[in-house]
Design a protein around this ligand. Structure first.
Ligand SMILES: Cc1ncc(COP(=O)(O)O)c(C=O)c1O
Length: 455
């Protein structure tokens, strides 16, 4: 075996796992100080800033360890027991474990753990079930739908004849409007799933509409997967033909996707094949090649953790912290879309409340160590790069073990920053440097007091 000059020899393969990771860390530190330094900087940045971006959460360290493992060395096209390559004895066990844990966590009859992302999972479902040019119907991108639900700039909007439904003036899904659009466009598939929606989705209402027009119902629970597992949001499995999710938002797992089926798994389609068979081949070989096995190992860890009482407690905290944040903001006179939240998301109309655009609010808060994202709101006159709103999420606060009193402190700081932010143009702003330094220090101190569990 040869080694890079100056690096210590790797331990024998039988050495404990800890030696492997210690050696790897050592090799990185000595062999690539530039990258090592960037990793160190990023860990510090994450430790000292408060991430309220609703679409992310800190990956559980043990899942990160699995993802950074030597399972990455294995090419494993196919499925357990039917691979196109040798050397899959442990990989097969890992994938089966991940599948069983996904089924258990969601109460599913079928799980496919191979999708590289939630977007890919959606692409698999659409391409497995539909023909190019078939009509589909999803929530409009500007109203909080996702690119992969038929946006014109996405492959889903290019391959299929995509139509959309919007939100009512109250910011809520108007099921009569969904039905009207469905009757008008006769979609072959309806997507029920959102990226910035603070309220509970009515799966039964979506299914009734899908049945009326003879469409498949795809429930994309990417944002609310943890709430579904913990029983704090109704599960779509009994209603939707297919369910997709990512594993990296509320499951605190690696970046990746899942496809899940309930009793619909054994439904025989007009092709004579079951839904289960159709999706299995719809992923491989239709859309993907070899799975990312190390990511599947990390999914196995996260899905196992998702059935523990600690996870349920954390998700309760996710919901309670978001509710508290909404209440605190409303109490300070902020216009919160729909008046509150049922999940982890709070959307605030910062233009009406503070006279600043979403992008300026995002930048001003970031200067102070508070990370959010600009978000369009119903009837928004501004583009997606400017916006009138901001989206907050509570996943990371829950991973930091925040208490309700911490939320009040954060709401105070957000309010102070946004009150002091001057909109000098739609995309430029002014913020007093002294205030910025003071708030940043307070945020740093909160973050030190409440480090992310395991980091
Ligand atoms: C509802 C929904 N579906 C799909 C996705 C895409 O997920 P991924 O980044 O894993 O492709 C997102 C991303 O935020 C989302 O909100």
């Amino acid at each position: 075996m040869t080694h890079a000059v100056g690096l210590p020899a790797l331990s024998a393969p039988t050495a404990p796992l800890s030696s492997f990771y210690e050696n790897a860390l050592h090799a990185m530190e000595l062999g690539d100080p530039a990258l090592y330094g960037l990793m160190d900087d990023e860990l510090r940045r994450q430790h000292e800033t408060l991430a309220l971006v609703a679409s992310c959460s800190p990956v559980t360290p043990a899942a990160l360890l699995a993802e950074g493992s030597f399972f990455a060395n294995v090419t494993a096209e196919g499925y357990p027991g039917r691979r196109f390559h040798a050397g899959c004895v442990n990989v097969d066990k890992v994938e089966r474990l991940a599948v069983e844990r996904a089924k258990q966590a969601f109460g599913a009859r079928y799980a496919n753990v191979q999708p590289h992302s939630a977007s890919t999972a959606n692409q698999v479902v659409m391409n497995a079930l539909l023909k190019p040019g078939d009509p589909i119907l999803g929530l409009d991108l500007d109203a909080g739908g996702h690119l992969s639900h038929g946006a014109s700039v996405n492959i889903s909007g290019r391959i299929f004849d995509a139509h959309s439904y919007g939100l009512g003036p109250d910011g809520l899904i108007d099921y009569a409007e969904v039905r009207a659009q469905a009757l008008r466009h006769r979609p072959r598939l309806i997507v029920a799933g959102t990226t910035a929606y603070p309220r509970t989705l009515d799966w039964a209402a979506f299914r009734a509409i899908a049945d009326e027009v003879g469409a498949y119902l795809l429930a994309d629970i990417t944002h609310i997967a943890g709430l579904v597992v913990a029983g704090l949001h109704p599960s779509p499995l009994a209603h939707a033909h297919v369910v997709t999710t990512c594993t990296h938002k509320q499951l605190y797992g690696p970046r990746g996707g899942l496809i899940l089926l309930g009793d619909s798994a054994e439904t025989v389609l007009p092709t004579g094949r079951t839904l289960r068979q159709t999706l299995q081949s719809g992923l491989f070989p239709l859309i993907q090649g070899a799975p990312v096995v190390n990511s599947i190992a990390a999914k196995a860890y996260a899905l196992g953790a998702a059935t523990t009482p600690e996870f349920t407690a954390r998700i309760h905290r996710v919901r309670d912290l978001a509710a508290a944040l909404a209440e605190q903001l409303v109490g300070r006179g902020v216009r919160v879309i729909s008046g509150g939240t049922d999940n982890h998301i709070v959307v605030a109309d910062v233009l009406t409340s503070y006279g600043v655009t979403g992008v300026n609010a995002e930048k001003a808060l970031e200067q102070c160590g508070i990370l959010v994202n600009k978000n369009r709101i119903v009837g928004d006159a501004h583009s997606a790069m400017v916006t009138s709103g901001v989206r907050f999420g509570s996943n990371s606060m829950a991973a930091r073990g925040f208490e309700l009193a911490d939320v009040a402190e954060v709401a105070d700081l957000v309010h102070e920053v946004l009150t002091a932010t001057e909109n000098t143009a739609n995309t430029t702003y002014a913020l007093d440097p002294a205030l910025q330094a003071r708030v940043q220090e307070r945020i740093r101190s909160i973050c030190h007091r409440r480090p992310v569990a395991g980091y």
